[in-house]
Design a protein around this ligand. Structure first.
Ligand SMILES: [Cu+2]
Length: 489
C-alpha cells in the first residue's frame, strides 16, 4: 500500500507528511498536519430561501495567501451560502450547472418531495439548470445541501460543493439561545491538495475502502483558522461535511460543553459532555461557555483520539483556535427544558426491515491498483446488494411507521447510515458502544455504526410518494454502491 501511496502522492504532500508527526506510518495521507491558526474564521454569507446557485469551477484561499482551485456554488467560495429560513417558508433555488459533468442538490435532512430530493438519477446536465422549489415543513435545526449525482457525489462534495441550511421555528426562538455574532456555524471538512494548492481528489482502492481523508482540516472553507471570542456563551452549529472522517470533538483544555441539538433540531434537555463523536453528514448544536476565561486565553476545538475502528481515531489534532479577546457580562443560562419530542413507540411500527452492512475484505485486493475513474464498484454492500438504479429495493407505505435495523455486527468499518425523506428516532444500539450518545437522543437522519454495532431506528414516513435512497454517508462507500432505493407509495 505504501508503494501505491508513494506513486500517487505529490512531492509536496510527501514532504509535509514526513515533516509532521505521523502517529501511524501506514496512514501517511490521512495523518493530519496542523497549521498555524492565523486566518480569521470566515462565515459563509447568509441568504434567504430564494436564490441562485451556480455549480462552477472557482478558487478560494483555503491556505493563507494561497489560491486553491475548487468547486463552488458561487464565485470565489468553496462553500455555498448558509440558507436561513423559517419553518413554513417556501424555498426556491435555481441550480445552474456550469460543471462538465452532471450534478444536482440533495437537501440533507429536509423532508421534501421525491422530485426535489436530489435522487442520484435526478440530475442536471452540464449547461442546464433546475428550479428546486418546496415548502420547509419541519422543525428548526441545522440541515445542509450537497450534490448527489450517481458516481460523482464524493468528488463534488470533496471539491467544495456543500452548504448549510438553518431552519428556525417559534419553539426555538422562545429559548433566546445565543444569536447574532454568538451563533456560529462550523462546517468541518478535511482536504488533500496538489502542489499548486488545488484540491486533490484521486481515490485509490484503499481510499475507497476507508473513505477519502485529507491531511488538512478546514473550518468554513479555510485551514487552521482562529476565532476571537467574548466572555459569554456561544452556540456552535457544527456540521461534519467531510467525506469520511469522523471527529471526536472536544476542547483542548478538556472543558465540558452542552449538546442541545442533533441532526433534526433541539433535544429535550441539554447534556454536558467533554467529547462528542460526529460522523460525516451528522450535525451537532452545542453551547460553549467562555464566561470564566481570562482575556488572552487560547484554546482549541480539537479532535480527540477514539477507539472502536482501526481506520480512524488514532490521532489527536487541533481544528480551530479560540482566543478570548473581550470581556463582557451576560446572564445567559441554558434553559432546563429545550423541547418536547413526540416519542414514536416501538410497538407502533407496522414493519421491521433489516439492512445488513458488509464489506469485501482487504485481503487479495492490495494488488488491484488505483480505482482510476471509479470503474470498479461494489466492495461495500447493503444486504449483499450494490446500488442499482433499475432496482427498487424496498417499498414503504406512505404514512406508515417502521423500524429499520442497521446491522454492522460483522462489519469491519464505520458506516454513518443516512435515510432520505424522513427524520428518525434512535431506539437503541447494541454491540460496540452499546448505548446512545447525547446527540443521538433527538431527531436524526444519519446514524453512525462502528464495527460490531447494530442500531434500531424508528420513523414515520410522510406522504411524499416516490423514489428515495438510503446509503452510507462515507461518500466513497456511497459512490462505491453502498446505497439502496426505496419507494414510498
Ligand atoms: Cu460506509
Amino acid at each position: 500500500m505504501k508503494t501505491t501511496y508513494g506513486l500517487i502522492l505529490s512531492a509536496f504532500a510527501l514532504i509535509i507528511s514526513f515533516s509532521s508527526c505521523s502517529s501511524d506510518p501506514l496512514d501517511l495521507v490521512t495523518t493530519v498536519t496542523e497549521g498555524d491558526f492565523t486566518i480569521a474564521l470566515p462565515s459563509p454569507p447568509t441568504t434567504n430561501g430564494q436564490m441562485n446557485l451556480t455549480a462552477q469551477f472557482t478558487t478560494q484561499n483555503i491556505f493563507k495567501g494561497k489560491s486553491s482551485k475548487v468547486l463552488g456554488y458561487q464565485s470565489g467560495s468553496i462553500l455555498g451560502p448558509t440558507i436561513v429560513v423559517n419553518t413554513g417558508d417556501v424555498m426556491s433555488v435555481n441550480l445552474q450547472n456550469n460543471l462538465t459533468e452532471p450534478t444536482n442538490i440533495h437537501w440533507h435532512g429536509l423532508i421534501v418531495p421525491a422530485n426535489m430530493d436530489g435522487h442520484p438519477e435526478d440530475v442536471v446536465q452540464p449547461g442546464a439548470s433546475f428550479d428546486y422549489k418546496f415548502k420547509v415543513i419541519q422543525r428548526g435545526g441545522l440541515y445542509w445541501y450537497h450534490p448527489h449525482p450517481d458516481g460523482y457525489t464524493a468528488k463534488q462534495a470533496f471539491m467544495g460543493l456543500a452548504g448549510a441550511v438553518i431552519v428556525r421555528d417559534a419553539e426555538e426562538e422562545k429559548l433566546n439561545l445565543p444569536s447574532g455574532e454568538f451563533e456560529v456555524p462550523l462546517v468541518i471538512q478535511d482536504k488533500r491538495i496538489n502542489t499548486d494548492y488545488s484540491l486533490d481528489y484521486t481515490p485509490t482502492m484503499n481510499d475507497v475502502m476507508t473513505g477519502y481523508m485529507g491531511q488538512y482540516i478546514t473550518v468554513n472553507g479555510v485551514h487552521a483558522p482562529y476565532k476571537g471570542v467574548k466572555t459569554t456563551t456561544y452556540r456552535f452549529r457544527v456540521l461534519n461535511g467531510s467525506n469520511s472522517r469522523i471527529y471526536n470533538l472536544g476542547f483542548s483544555n478538556g472543558a465540558s460543553f452542552k449538546v442541545i441539538g442533533s441532526d433534526g433540531g433541539l433535544l429535550e434537555t441539554a447534556e454536558a459532555v467533554s467529547t462528542l463523536l460526529l460522523a460525516p453528514g451528522e450535525r451537532a448544536d452545542i453551547l460553549m461557555d467562555f464566561s470564566s476565561y481570562n482575556i488572552g486565553t487560547e484554546l482549541f476545538l480539537m479532535n480527540n483520539s477514539f477507539t472502536g475502528t482501526s481506520t480512524q481515531g488514532k490521532q489527536k489534532f487541533n481544528i480551530l483556535k479560540f482566543v478570548v479577546e473581550t470581556k463582557i457580562t451576560t446572564n445567559f443560562v441554558t434553559p432546563l427544558a429545550l423541547s418536547t419530542l413526540d416519542k414514536i413507540a416501538a410497538n407502533s411500527a407496522s414493519k421491521t426491515r433489516t439492512f445488513r452492512i458488509s464489506e469485501m475484505s482487504m485481503s487479495g485486493m492490495s494488488n488491484m491498483g488505483n480505482m482510476g475513474g471509479m470503474t470498479m464498484t461494489g466492495m461495500h454492500q447493503i444486504n449483499n446488494k450494490v446500488y442499482d438504479k433499475n432496482r427498487i429495493d424496498e417499498v414503504v407505505a406512505a404514512g406508515s411507521t417502521e423500524i429499520w435495523v442497521f446491522d454492522n455486527s460483522t462489519g469491519a468499518e464505520p458506516h454513518p447510515m443516512h435515510v432520505h425523506g424522513v427524520q428518525f428516532q434512535v431506539l437503541d444500539r447494541t454491540g460496540g458502544r452499546g448505548g446512545l450518545i447525547a446527540s443521538e437522543k433527538g431527531w436524526k437522519d444519519t446514524i453512525l455504526l462502528l464495527p460490531g454495532e447494530k442500531v434500531r431506528v424508528i420513523m414515520t414516513f410522510n406522504n411524499n410518494k416516490g423514489l428515495f435512497v438510503l446509503h452510507c454517508h462515507n461518500l466513497e462507500h456511497e459512490d462505491d454502491g453502498m446505497m439502496l432505493q426505496f419507494e414510498v407509495q
